[in-house]
Design a protein around this ligand. Structure first.
Ligand code: FAD
Length: 398
């Protein structure tokens, strides 16, 4: 029997993170946005999040974490993103890089890395997947990683990695890199690999941070792996497991992208509604106007539909031995489109004040755009959903 309520623990977790956002993020929004080059303010917030145990949420209790499941993570990412989508993205991306380590690292390595991820100091992971030649194709299961240009080869007891990544979150602040690579791109899935590289490794270098339209608390840029050597046991699973591990990881992390979208949309709407209740045009308070109510009602329906899609996928992913990339992809596509629509509407309803940098609603709109692109451009992800739907004969079974 389905139960749509969050548990008492999840409600308490949500309240704790909401308070964290009030204390640590909301007062510093403008500063975070302006500080993309240094990233100092964002780093301070992430340090506070590590101290508050937020970064350790999905790390198993056996390694010092909170053992949170995919639904717990979705609840937390929504709250963080209602404050700042970039902070939520940086933390969600670290969990993105952690997931394959949790699934497939050798036992001692897993314990070593995940224990550090659970410490009260930031120990971020970077999921180094996208390359200058393209990100969408690497996520496309039909391409089976044939487009990956980062190479890994064995040399005695070591693996040697050569290639360039572009855009991954936490690119210059991560302590660990989960690198998508191949032994032989022509071999497709059979050559696909995920390899973990530590920040201090010789041959790893990074470029400057890219100045983006939004999500400025998240850091993105180029990472160069120039014949980086790591011990053989840094390979996750075996050669040939990379595609399967990446696709499974996407099932968890597309839910995260959906939750971030919902949070940003909610953040924009909360600000807009508070203002509309105070604002009079002529003799009428704007929030009483039928057109405004219609537009807000429409936004509320879409936001809740997006949340239900995300929570269903998250709940399913949280059942032992279960995951659904199909449901996660549906949630990601729908929630990111809704976030773009709703944040744009919040700006519209607040007039020029919404368009100004005074109230932060335009920031949610700028931040929201990228979720239609990252962790699978929506055009690709929607096709994947369509392919599965056709394969299922146009039916959907629960
Ligand atoms: C804030 C931010 C955070 C990010 N975080 C990470 C991260 O943590 N790790 C990481 O590896 N990368 C990350 N990225 C990169 C991001 O995931 C990629 O940019 C994204 O996957 C798209 O890849 P691309 O930019 O190379 O575009 P391309 O793959 O070149 O695609 C360009 C456009 O073509 C269209 N398109 C592409 N493929 C298809 C298709 N199959 N069918 C139809 N249309 C298609 C879409 O409109 C797409 O937007 C991040 C980027 C940003 C800006």
């Amino acid at each position: 029997m389905a139960d749509f309520r969050l548990t008492a623990q999840q409600l308490a977790l949500r309240e704790r993170v909401r308070e964290f956002v009030r204390q640590e993020i909301s007062p510093r929004l403008q500063e975070v946005d302006a500080d993309y080059r240094e990233g100092r303010i964002a780093h301070e917030i992430i340090r506070a999040a590590a101290g508050a145990g937020i970064l350790a949420l999905p790390v198993p209790e056996a390694y010092g974490g909170a053992g949170g499941n995919n639904l717990d993570c979705a609840v937390v990412l929504e709250e963080l993103a209602a404050g700042d989508g970039g902070i939520a993205t940086a933390i969600g991306a670290s969990w993105f890089g952690q997931t394959p380590i949790l699934m497939a690292a050798r036992r001692e390595r897993r314990e070593e890395w995940l224990r550090r991820c659970a410490e009260p100091e930031p120990y971020l992971v970077c999921m180094a997947m996208t390359e200058p030649a393209g990100g969408g194709a690497i996520e496309d299961p039909k391409q089976a990683m044939r487009t990956v240009q980062t190479r890994v080869r064995a040399d005695g007891d070591e693996l040697v990695i050569t290639g360039t990544k572009l855009w991954p979150s936490n690119f210059d602040v991560a302590s660990l890199y989960t690198v998508v690579a191949t032994t032989d791109a022509q071999a497709g899935a059979k050559g696909s690999c995920l390899v973990v590289v530590e920040r201090e490794s010789l041959g790893l270098s990074v470029g400057p941070a890219v100045h983006k339209m939004g999500m400025n608390a998240d850091r993105n840029g180029e990472i160069i792996f120039d014949m980086v050597r790591v011990p053989r046991d840094h390979l996750l699973g075996e050669v040939g497991d990379g595609l399967r591990l990446l696709q499974r990881t996407l099932a968890y992390n597309r839910v995260g992208a959906a939750a971030i979208s919902i949070g940003m949309a909610r953040g924009a709407l909360e600000r807009a509604v508070a203002w509309l209740r105070e604002r009079s045009v002529g003799t009428e308070v704007l929030s009483d106007h039928p057109v405004v109510r219609y537009l807000l009602g429409d936004a509320a329906v879409k936001l809740d539909a997006a949340r239900l899609l995300a929570w269903r996928a998250a709940w399913h992913n949280s059942q032992p031995g279960q995951h659904s990339l199909y449901w996660a992809s549906m949630a990601k596509v729908y929630a990111s489109d809704v976030a773009m629509e709703v944040t744009t509407r919040a700006v519209q309803l607040m007039g020029s004040l919404g368009y100004s940098r005074e109230v932060g609603v335009e920031k949610h709109m700028r931040d929201a755009k990228i979720v239609q692109i990252y962790i699978g451009p929506n055009e690709l992800v929607q096709q994947e959903v369509g392919e599965q739907f056709v394969a299922d004969g146009g039916s959907m079974f629960y």
